[in-house]
Design a protein around this ligand. Structure first.
Ligand SMILES: [Zn+2]
Length: 825
């Protein structure tokens, strides 16, 4: 006899103020795996911080016995190319609906991972006909936690504050080491370990037809929100997937009503535009999201009917077609969340079983439709001539990781009247995951959706743009007409393009080109090895090199060759005997990255990107900065994007223990002003520029603050900026590049401030939506200000946005290395 979760934990799942931690949850799943023939638990790998990352496969014992065969069938159904109708029919007859349920990606939304224990136990033990039928006809892939590190962090914080005045507060830390709450925006960039494990071992292995992702939202809205999603949908999502989402969401909603659950709302708040949250929409799967009303972690709340608050296009107090029975108010606890979520999960599983034939048939249809030629789009071509070859390779790598087939031309070919050399990469549009490739490689024209209440533009749920070539700075061409070419399918993603090192033994000076992001890893590595590095102050002709080119002594030829080979950099000899006009770096900058107690994914991604490029940094908390004397320890302090009030005021006292409250405040801002005046560099990223302008009294105005929504609206778009590439802040950049604009500032500068990047005099929109382009024309986007002996750098966009905006990483890196530059020559 297997222990129930209650017997195992010592408390029933969903008991107020009681949470199982990851050790307990993982332990229970392993127990089920050992004792129940319906449950198999695999460790897929380790989380970011080294915890076991688990997948539970739950199905009838008979299905477990032939799991490899079921998997094999599923793989063939996922790619219907070359299979006859009768073959597919036979496969469908013996296949199962594959259902993936993912829990706890947002660790503060604690209910789902607790619920998973009870769901697994119930499925393992049930003998009723309905559950037996569900287990016979489906394979459930249950991820008990998409974020085990965060789960332990949240449970630890909850236990620590239990019974204190701070009980029920969310932790004053990011609940994923780097991505925080944005860990569910990583489903096309695949930067984080947890994302990669699920894509590789669950999604791309099993190709689930149904995916349920469980979340929680605020406590004073509807009790649960389910699809259909609101407009807009990304136009590249197959109509059958959209219908499936509506079908399944509405089915789960009906099941809740059948169980007497109230406050069930559909078709509000959540749209389906960004692929960052919905990998499955492009991989044959119907993904639904359930958002249940929260409690204070595991502490119940009392919400009276009149306290239920209306939001974007809904009112939880009013009965409507998509919200037939409002919740009557009262106490709402963890057990309520567990029950709502379990009903939804079981509804999906039963639906998957009952309509198994239809789910499999639609799955095959979606796969076949992906192979139909697209009007006016035959392929994308990725040329070998790129500003940053390695980032280009990264783009191809992530497409292939997402199941996209990439070809390489073995001979010259002509397409749309243009000649492409041998070696050109080609992504054909007639392939199973063509919609994923199309949405990531194409441009977005975000629809002008208006709010019914006041006619103003409606904010997308996430971003209005995601085009990777634009944000990564990679040249990709759309090919409209079919062409013939000799193409081979890549089995392995290119690591990076062949290095172009061409150094000679007798060279006095060697160069490394600054255009690739990887040149900053080389720069950090050289300085770590105490090798002096110079940077050209101006471009030169023979050989043609741009300003910012790294120059080192010819004695370091071995090191330069090694670095250029490892990082795919272009290196060679300077032809002049004498060193041209350069700036010199003889050590690494001492970098501080400010970390507020208000959890901020932008801060996490600064750290992630610096670590990826091996640029050392130190995290600075409020008290470190308030303590002053920063010049002794740092050359540059980075303030990641955050609102003025979060930086200045931090967390509220009373809600959190004193040591976490108060933000930088007056003392912190004076300490940073003193640091800058004494020669330090302060780098403000995006929204943090407002704080910098006020605290450091900079001669810059953020004019966007005065724009009304009806005249200026940019809901997460990519905009063109012209850079002064002879300025050290823009070294290595192209003269014009796209930046990520997300509630970003727009600068007007006075004397004492220098604009290094400006919006052009024409409409700067590259991808997304922009109302009021005239508000941007000629305005500054990247500014440097002198502050006595030091300086402030204002980056008025997201230079490293979610580790996606690889075309502008160099702006951030340059701002760091600029802090220790001395001039010579
Ligand atoms: Zn969530």
């Amino acid at each position: 006899m297997v222990l129930s979760p209650k017997e195992y934990l010592g408390f029933a799942v969903g008991t107020d103020r009681s949470l199982a931690d990851w050790g307990q949850i993982a332990g229970y799943f392993r127990l089920l795996s050992e004792h129940c023939t319906r449950v198999r638990v695999d460790e897929l790998g380790k989380s970011t911080e080294g915890r076991p990352f688990l997948l539970a496969i739950i199905t009838a014992s008979e299905n477990h016995a032939r799991l490899e065969e079921i998997l094999h069938i599923q793989r063939q159904l996922a790619d219907p190319r070359g299979r006859s109708e009768s073959e597919l029919y036979e496969l469908m007859a013996s296949g199962k609906t594959i259902v993936l349920v993912t829990l706890g990606i947002h660790a503060t939304e604690v209910g789902a991972s607790q619920m998973g224990l009870e769901l697994a136990y119930q499925l393992a033990m049930a003998t009723d006909d309905e559950t037996t039928d569900a287990l016979n006809n489906t394979v459930l892939l249950l991820v008990p936690s998409l974020n085990p590190d965060g789960l332990d962090l949240v449970v630890g914080w909850y236990r620590q504050t239990l019974g204190t005045a701070y009980e029920g507060s969310t932790p004053p830390f990011l609940d994923h080491r780097y991505a925080g709450h944005d860990n569910n925006r990583d489903w096309f960039m695949f930067t984080q370990q947890e994302t990669r494990l699920v894509i590789e071992y669950v999604q791309n292995t099993w190709h689930p037809q149904i995916v349920l992702d469980l979340h929680q939202q605020g406590h004073d809205g509807p009790r649960i929100v389910l699809p259909p999603f609101v407009d807009p949908y990304d136009p590249n999502v197959d109509p059958l997937i959209r219908q499936g989402v509506a079908w399944l969401g509405q089915t789960a909603a009906a099941e809740l009503s059948a169980h007497g659950k109230t406050g069930v709302m559909t078709n509000v708040i959540y749209d389906a535009y960004s692929p960052s949250r919905a990998y499955q929409h492009y991989h044959g799967g119907v993904r639904i999201l359930a958002e249940v009303a929260s409690v204070r972690l595991a502490t119940p709340v009392v919400v009276e009917t009149h306290e239920l608050r209306a939001g974007r296009g809904y009112d939880p107090q009013v009965a409507t077609w998509n919200h037939p029975e409002p919740w009557g108010g009262g106490e709402w606890g963890l057990r309520c969340i567990v029950e709502y979520e379990k009903i939804v999960a079981l509804a999906c599983l039963r639906h998957a079983a009952k309509y198994r034939n239809l789910w499999l048939k639609n799955f095959v249809s979606i796969g076949k439709r992906a192979l139909i030629p697209k009007p006016q789009l035959y392929a994308f071509a990725v040329s070998l001539r790129q500003h940053d070859p390695r980032v280009t390779a990264e783009l191809l790598q992530l497409l292939m990781f997402g199941g996209v087939e990439v070809h390489r031309a073995t001979e010259l070919f002509c397409a749309d009247g243009v000649d492409y050399p041998a070696g050109t990469y080609v992504v054909l549009m007639q392939q199973p995951y063509s919609s994923f490739a199309k949405t990531l490689l194409g441009n977005q024209s975000y629809p002008d959706v208006r709010r019914s209440s006041d006619g103003l533009p409606r904010q997308p749920y996430d971003m209005a743009a995601h085009s990777l070539p634009i944000q990564m700075g990679v040249a990709v061409t759309e090919v409209r007409a079919p062409f013939t070419a000799s193409l081979v399918l890549l089995r392995e993603a290119p690591d990076f393009f062949p290095r172009l090192a061409n150094t000679r033994l007798d060279a006095r000076w060697l160069y490394i080109r600054p255009e690739p992001n990887g040149s900053y890893t080389a720069l950090a590595s050289l300085l770590t090895s105490q090798i002096e590095v110079h940077r050209l102050r101006h471009d030169c002709q023979a050989p043609p090199l741009s300003a910012g080119t790294l120059v080192v002594s010819g004695r370091e030829r071995d090191v330069v060759d090694r670095l250029s080979a490892r990082l795919g950099l272009s290196a060679g000899n300077l032809s002049q005997g004498d060193l041209p006009s350069v700036t010199t770096l003889s050590r690494l900058p001492r970098v501080g990255v400010y970390q507020s107690h208000v959890p901020n994914p932008d801060e996490g991604f600064v750290r992630y990107v610096l670590e990826q490029y091996t640029i050392p940094y130190t995290t600075l908390k409020d008290h470190d900065i308030r303590a002053g004397e920063l010049m002794r320890r740092f050359d540059v302090v980075v303030i990641p994007s955050a609102r003025f009030k979060d930086i200045n005021g931090g967390l509220m006292s009373g809600v959190y223990p004193r040591e976490y409250c108060g933000g930088l405040g007056r003392v912190g801002s004076e300490a940073l002003l003193e640091f800058a005046e004494a020669g330090g560099t302060i780098v403000g990223i995006d929204q943090a520029c407002d704080w910098c302008i006020r605290a450091l009294q900079l001669p810059v105005t953020n004019v966007a603050g005065a724009y009304r929504e009806e005249e200026f609206f940019v809901p997460g778009s990519f905009l063109r900026v012209a850079f002064d590439i002879n300025h050290p802040l823009a070294y290595g950049m192209p003269a014009e590049a796209a930046v990520v604009f997300l509630r970003s500032p727009v600068f007007s500068v006075d004397s004492g401030a220098e604009a290094v990047g400006r919006y052009p005099m024409t409409n700067p929109l590259c991808s997304g939506l922009l109302h009021g382009p005239e508000k941007l024309l000629g305005r500054a986007a990247l500014v440097e200000c002198t502050v006595k002996q030091g300086r402030a750098v204002l980056i008025g966009f997201r230079p490293h946005h979610r580790a996606q905006a690889r075309g502008t990483y160099k702006i951030l890196f340059n701002a760091l290395f600029r802090s220790i530059t001395e001039y010579r020559g």
